[in-house]
Design a binder for this molecule. Sequence first.
Ligand code: AVI
Length: 348
Amino acid sequence: MRDQRNPMGRSSETFTRQTDADDAKAKVHFHDMHPTPADMRADVLGGLALPQKRLSPKYFYDAHGSQLFDAICELPEYYPTRTEIAILRRHGAAMAEYLGRDALLVELGSGSSLKIRVLLEALRPAVYMPVDISKDHLLQSAEALAATFPSLQVHAVCADYSVPFRLPVDDHEHPCAAFFPGSSVGNFEPPEAERFLRRIGDLLGSDGRLLVGVDLVKEHQVLEAAYNDADGVTADFNLNLLARINRELDADFDLTGFRHSAWFNPELSRIEMHLVSTREQKVSVAGRSFVFRKGESMHTECSYKYSIEGFHRLARRAGFEPEQVWTDIDADSDQAALFSVHCLVWRG
Ligand code: AVI
């Protein structure tokens, strides 16, 4: 396996960190692709100038927002996380048969690398390559994982997976596979999701496998409860976006003047999250002034929900062939499944 310096023409930096953990030497190779910081000012000002005001969900995840998201994943109403983990636990061995052992396994948006821990025993990859934009968090999680699995080669990559990037190592020894859990694919608009999947396919190369978690369309009450929890954690997560804009863009949003709102849009098969102005008001952001009518909303997130067939159509349009799907119900059950995990193979 060779290091590929300067992929995509960007400067990259590679180093190896060795730590003592549980008497074992845990080694992490770290590749910093120096992802370009998002232009939050331009994105926010552009979004607030639209007739339907919009804020990008990518700005949810500052330090406090990431903590709130972790808390959401533990909520009784938010079924996706625990349901996906149960599917990975139950079907990990079968997933390993499809993905193949001894692979170079790339995880996109690895965060705390919690879900991959469920699969590592079964998958036994030769190399685990977590990819995340948040450098410190990535390094900490990769080191913790390497300490638990000292024989695993860990190559952590600091990159923004939502824009084109290349794997920083040239590996022709191992088959390439990717893991994209959490139904984060649902946060893309479908044409964007198709372009994203195509890029992942190109990254994997011919016959590369993608294991992807996808939330399923279901009873509206169940979906809406997941985004309107009784403790108001999702509301805090949504409103934290305004606190972040106040802090980082010298804005004066009054957080008590906006309320969280989330509902299922059946025509578009998506949960929409909004922040609704509770009164007529004027807000200043980075020196610009924006007027809100009473009841006017800012659209902050879409979370698309697919049927299994609908997701397969999307995957095929992107150049993948669906090979297998696992859900939280048995094949002969007459209950509706909540969540699905798909193994797709890249056919380009
Ligand atoms: C990260 N993503 C898959 C979550 C979702 O369900 O769309 C983000 C989220 N938004 C509100 N709750 C959770």
